[in-house]
Design a protein around this ligand. Structure first.
Ligand SMILES: [Cu+2]
Length: 109
């Protein structure tokens, strides 16, 4: 029984490690994206973790990807994407979309 539990725990750890490889992080600080360009793999499901380090809410929006998500201040949100086709997909922080720092690109390849 103990051995069975250990095996189950091991496979859980392995599954978690695999999932972590498909998660990408985008940070918002002072209404600016870091990085401004992020590369994601084509043809597979990925998670985009958007971390808002500002005290005020931010809105991640990508019209070409059909995604829009409000992230409260000092919080983060996960956006599920894919499988995506190769290409370039623009995104903005909608509350500051006219500022260059609040505009970014997802490159899928
Ligand atoms: Cu919007």
């Amino acid at each position: 029984m103990k051995r069975l539990l250990a095996t189950a725990l091991l496979s859980f750890v392995a599954a978690t490690a695999f999932a972590a490889g498909d998660e990408f992080t985008l940070t918002i600080k002072d209404h600016a994206f870091e990085p401004k360009e992020i590369t994601l793999p084509a043809g597979k499901k990925v998670k985009l973790l958007v971390v808002n380090k500002d005290a005020t809410p931010a809105e991640f929006e990508s019209k070409p990807l059909g995604r829009e998500k409000v992230i409260p201040g000092k919080a983060s949100a996960t956006i599920n994407l894919g499988p995506l086709k190769p290409g370039r997909y623009a995104f903005v922080e909608e509350y500051h979309e006219n500022e260059a720092a609040a505009q970014g690109t997802i490159i899928v390849q």
